[in-house]
Write a protein that binds this ligand. Structure first.
Ligand SMILES: [Fe+2]
Ligand SMILES: [Fe+2]
Length: 138
């Protein structure tokens, strides 16, 4: 199953874990809408995924800034690269529509990126926050 959530992705910080699960849910809905070639649904899911990705990135970056996380710049750069790539895939979608090739491209890189990012930089941030008693706040 694409974008299957597994327990080992949890960082033990409820608010962040819930946002990551929501990212997976929206990515999965987007993938299916694109795979099934439903333009209005795919368009709506693409916007919903993109909005959530950007607000999640902003949330983490605000958190890092507030608590003085030393890896902020590298982490932000990783977020920006994902956002840029998502923008490029959106362009591809606009040119070709919700065809299986676009759906599969989106799935392959975004799934790999999310797994790598949550398991890497996000986990490092979570560990650092736990060690420094620096929980996220709205
Ligand atoms: Fe992140
Ligand atoms: Fe994250």
């Amino acid at each position: 199953m694409p974008f299957a959530w597994t327990k080992d992705l949890e960082l033990g910080i409820d608010e962040i874990d819930e946002q990551h699960r929501e990212l997976f849910r929206r990515a999965e809905r987007l993938y299916h809408a694109m795979r099934q070639g439903q333009p209005p649904a795919a368009e709506a899911m693409l916007a919903s995924f993109r909005d959530f990705v950007l607000s999640h990135f902003e949330f983490e970056e605000r958190w890092m800034r507030r608590v003085g996380f030393p890896g902020l710049e590298a982490h932000r750069k990783a977020h920006r690269e994902f956002a840029d790539r998502l923008h490029a895939v959106t362009g591809e979608y606009r040119r070709h529509g919700p065809v299986p090739a676009v759906a599969d491209t989106l799935r392959e890189w975004s799934e790999a990126w999310l797994l790598e990012h949550i398991g890497g930089p996000d986990r490092m941030l979570g560990n650092w926050a736990a060690d420094n008693d620096a929980a996220p706040a709205r």
